[in-house]
Ligand binder design. Sequence first.
Ligand SMILES: [Zn+2]
Ligand SMILES: [Zn+2]
Length: 468
Amino acid sequence: MAASSNSSLSGSSVSSDAEEYQPPIWKSYLYQLQQEAPRPKRIICPQEVENRPKYYGREFHGIISREQADEILAGVEGAYILRESQRQPGCYTLALRFGNQTLNYRLFYDGKHFVGEKRFESIHDLVTDGLITLYIETKASEYIAKMTKNPIYEHIGYATLLREKVSRRLSRTKTESRKASVTSEENTPVEKITSLVRRAALTQNDNHFNYEKAHNFKVYTFRGPHWCEYCANFMWGLIAQGVRCSDCGLNVHKQCSKYVPNDCQPDLKRIKRVYCCDLTTLVKAHNTQRPMVVDICIREIEARGLKSEGLYRVSGFTEHIEDVKMAFDRDGDKADISANLYPDINIIAGALKLYFRDLPIPVITYETYSKFMEAAKISNPDERLEAVHEVLMLLPAAHYETLRYLMIHLKKVTLNEKENFMNSENLGIVFGPTLMRPPEDSTLTTLNDMRYQKLIVQILIENEDVLF
Ligand SMILES: [Zn+2]
Ligand SMILES: [Zn+2]
């Protein structure tokens, strides 16, 4: 009922004409309901109550019955008191008047007050939020149930909603392409491009490396009114009104987060580090095909280190490797790892290995690990290769591409075996445990798996075509 009577407010603002940019019209129905919700009215106990917990105020009425509580609240919407259970002393109840009845909630305290998931600094905040939630969920239950069904997100995409973010991202890409100066793309000023071009550019941009990435939603408390960037509805409540993606900053209802596609475009500003950052997240944030650390290190090694004896086996000074790691974390793709600063190529090789080891999800993911091990155990070489090929297809796209690129490089390393004394077996020993780790850290498994990890890398280096 509520929904239909407010159809003008809730109606979609999306134009069918894709050429025309339509600024999103946030739906204000739920916001208005929140404004209408009853306010908390604290009913103070007229006499001093013994055994009042320190963290409760004079709204605490001591041990009284439900009926007494009901009388005290006297039919005033939003009125509330706290009482101690008659049957279970030490247990406390919030009695709250809403919808012409008295509702009783078991109340908890552990430094914060709560009756459910949300935790509050004060009873007043808890009741305020409770009344908003009760009011909105009673008045607009149908509306809320339907709000995820007709998202604005699919029509125009959150990119269009967040125009500012998009133009920032575009200007970033533009400077990058100018700097790279490989392609001489047209230099349309960002201000001049229409929303359609902006959208198309973004789509192209995003699809270039076509990697899917799920959003990294965390429960979030918004200061001031906020609207869901998926369904365009108001995010009600006093705290924890919705969730925010820690990687791109997308704000949505918790119930809407389930429907948002895996199109997270991380914001470089939110990605604090390069090392220890999820591989796909880093790649999406920098809009590169592979983690830039991998490209930069490999470029440096191929320029001046391919013939270095014991490349990847000989370790560089740990402090210097840490230095390189810090340079990447600090300066991103502008990190200086030139021979002036690091004449010893083993430091760069060490920094690359450390990058792989520090990944929260290894290049060969936990999910595929056991399948790789099974494949490696097959004795017939042709069947084994076929099995490896099949498991490779299960890797996330950015992981696969990184592995492919690394193997082309390692092949080049083996072509210089006469000078560097590194063949595919040596490299397998080094890179096996660097690229894959068993999901559960059991020393026994690791020892047992070591030779198969080595074998996988060896197979990949020797059979380049398995990765194409
Ligand atoms: Zn995201
Ligand atoms: Zn929503």
